[in-house]
Write a protein that binds this ligand. Structure first.
Ligand code: ADP
Ligand code: MG
Length: 397
């Protein structure tokens, strides 16, 4: 573990150095992209860099709802298309820069929009950073044995890093989960608790079991108001290695399908649930759900000529809007009505919103490119509206 961590830190520093060198080269060679824009963003960053707080400085006791942003590094593909980096994360703020022209038609200036969240992670932060500050506290919460429901969502445009972040989190989580279960003073231990895993995808209104050949299963609300997914596989995991193998199986069921139905992963929600069950009574002692949401841009994509795509888009739109309302209800008052019947996604996650012991993390992922700025803004607005007390800094020029 430690060696891996060292290695990750080393590559991180190397990447940072390589980027700085590239910037220098760009200055020397004349920039391939919009020289003025890149220069203005660089200048802005130089004068604002000291505004960023350390991640530790933002750490309070874990909030019931934690909303954070992760910006991924610019990719080679984007660089080759002369796209440029237009997002700056100054924890806990995020800034989106856009180039504007003054009325004289000649002078360019930068327009900025900013938001504040619990944390913002920039391109130099590792998935481990994201995990440590947003997910680790939830694992502790779930293992406390009081029936806690913790949910982590990755929300964002296709290609912004949802799956990258979620699969990293899945891998890190399993070590820590068993570490806690193996410690004698934990409420849930490997002696008294079974770890059960299910992994499924919500695609075009259907639930497909990723641990059983994408078998279609039904979602029902029983007489007692409990939501059950009939026939969904729950696989018992007796240690980190079994756990990793289950995750590998589920993730590969996702990607294999992707090649068949071109980019299906952007049109489906993938939900991995870890249930801690009492070894004697089977009672649920805690549940952690990791949700890799459908691409947020799908929700607005209603102009497609294909009617199936249009229906899918509208379905995704409904589920993402309904999700926002359910988390907002959680933020306001647990006793208030939670509109979980608004979509299949929120119905499946009912107990995550209605339990009086619920914690939620939303990781909003954004692409850095100027060409994605509109999508990134939509993502940040969505995340911003989940928590009511957020404020937006004034627009500067
Ligand atoms: P999404 O699931 O939101 O569609 P992906 O997770 O598939 O997006 O990410 C798109 C691409 O960007 C992938 O090639 C992935 O490896 C890369 N990527 C995403 N986030 C990061 C990151 N933080 N650091 C490095 N590469 C990343
Ligand atoms: Mg994905």
């Amino acid at each position: 573990m430690n060696a891996e961590r060292e290695e990750r830190r080393r590559t991180m520093l190397e990447r940072k150095k390589a980027r700085a060198q590239e910037e220098q080269r760009n200055i020397a060679a004349g920039n391939p992209g919009d020289v003025d824009f890149i220069g203005m963003v660089r200048e802005w960053r130089a004068t604002h860099a000291d505004q960023a707080l350390s991640l530790d400085a933002c750490q309070t006791s874990p909030p019931k709802i934690c909303i954070c942003v992760r910006k991924r590094p610019i990719s080679d593909k984007e660089r080759n298309k002369n796209d440029h980096d237009s997002v700056t994360c100054l924890n806990p703020e995020v800034w989106i820069h856009s180039a504007k022209l003054r009325v004289d038609g000649i002078t360019k200036y930068l327009d900025h929009t900013s938001f504040q969240f619990d944390y913002t992670f920039n391109e130099d932060n590792t998935t481990e950073d994201v995990y440590n500050y947003t997910t680790l506290p939830l694992i502790d919460f779930v293992c406390s044995g009081h029936g806690g429901r913790a949910t982590v969502f990755a929300y964002g445009q296709t290609g912004s890093g949802k799956t990258y972040t979620m699969s990293g989190i899945q891998n890190m989580m399993c070590e820590d989960l068993y570490f806690l279960l193996n410690s004698a003073d934990s409420a849930c231990t490997t002696d008294n608790t079974n770890v059960m895993v299910s992994f499924f995808e919500l695609y075009g209104g259907y639930v497909q079991d990723l641990l059983n050949n994408r078998n279609r299963v039904k979602v029902l609300e029983d007489g007692k108001g409990e939501v059950v997914i009939t026939g969904l596989t729950e696989v018992e995991s007796d240690g980190p290695n079994t756990f990793l193998e289950i995750l590998r199986q589920g993730n590969s069921a996702r990607t294999t399908h992707m090649t068949e139905a071109n980019d299906a992963s952007s049109r489906s929600h993938a939900i991995c649930q870890i249930m801690l069950r009492d070894a004697k009574t089977n009672k649920l002692k805690g549940k952690l759900s990791l949700v890799d949401l459908a691409g947020s841009e799908r929700g607005s994509d209603t102009k497609s000529h294909n009617s199936q795509r249009r229906a899918e888009s509208s379905d995704i739109n409904t589920s993402l809007l309904s999700l926002k309302e359910c988390i907002r209800a959680l933020d306001r008052d647990a006793s208030k009505h939670v509109p979980y019947r608004g979509s299949k996604l929120t119905l499946i996650l009912k107990d995550c919103f209605t339990s009086d012991r619920a914690m939620t993390t939303m990781i909003a992922t954004v692409s850095p490119g100027a060409s994605a700025a509109d999508h990134s803004l939509n993502t940040l607005r969505y995340a911003d509206r989940i928590k009511e007390k957020r404020s937006t800094a004034p627009t500067l020029s």
